[in-house]
Design a protein around this ligand. Structure first.
Ligand code: G3P
Length: 220
């Protein structure tokens, strides 16, 4: 079963109720097509979006622990809000390797799924050793560019699949950055990934459901 993760970032279209509508579209299409659909809403919308019944991840979590942690997005709060997991180390929210080494085991022990983002195949293989549910390769220069990683950097996607599997990784391998069309997804799947991590092509689409369906159909 393929996976599509839709990262809302903080695009204005999804800062409020829009995030709930988008998540409903992702859930409807993923249920219909039998793929795993995850919505990653703006952090203040986590709880509301999760209450809609959609599968949601947090955009990131902090390393802080305990109750006297004003302003931190702590893993326990993300879980209590109804998220089933989190993105981590996105290129817009990088985390040091030392912090990841402590934080990922804590998240897994708490029963949260983790999608670790990497910028290179080498980084992906290193992160795979933490045993996350997903590793996602995203070259930062293609993010939001409309030029799909699967077409512009196919060798990077292939190298990542080889490197992560060689490291013994059994989880899902995703690719993201610039993915806009079903053909971009088809090409990604042909390079060996299990799914895609997308943002602007969905959030900026006039019809969210139609765009998610177009991308998801190519995952099957
Ligand atoms: O997290 C996904 C994101 O970084 C890719 O962005 O807009 O190129 O799909 P986009």
């Amino acid at each position: 079963m393929g996976t599509i993760i839709v990262n809302c970032k903080n695009y204005p279209e999804v800062l409020g109720e829009g995030a709930v509508k988008l998540a409903r579209a992702v859930k409807k299409v993923s249920d219909e097509l039998g793929v795993t659909g995850v919505t990653v809403p703006p952090t203040p919308m986590l709880s509301l979006v999760a209450k809609s019944g959609a599968k949601v991840y947090s955009q990131a979590v902090g390393w802080e622990e305990g109750d006297k942690t004003t302003g931190a997005v702590i893993p326990a709060a993300v879980k209590a809000a109804g998220a089933s997991g989190t993105l981590l180390n996105h290129s817009e929210a990088r985390v040091s390797p030392g912090v990841l080494a402590k934080l990922v085991p804590r998240l897994l022990a708490a029963g949260l799924e983790v999608c670790l983002c990497a910028q290179t195949s080498r980084e992906a293989a290193e992160l795979a050793l933490f045993g996350p549910k997903f590793v996602a390769i995203e070259p930062p220069e293609l993010i939001g560019s409309g030029m799909a990683v699967s077409r512009a950097r196919p060798e990077l996607v292939e190298e990542t699949v080889v490197a992560a599997r060689r490291a013994g990784f059994k989880g899902g391998i995703l690719c993201g950055a610039g993915i806009v069309t079903g053909e971009d997804v088809k090409k990604a799947v042909s390079l060996g990934v299990d799914g895609v991590l997308v943002a602007s092509s969905v959030v900026k689409a006039k019809d969210w459901e139609a765009k998610v369906r177009e991308l998801s159909r190519s995952l099957r």
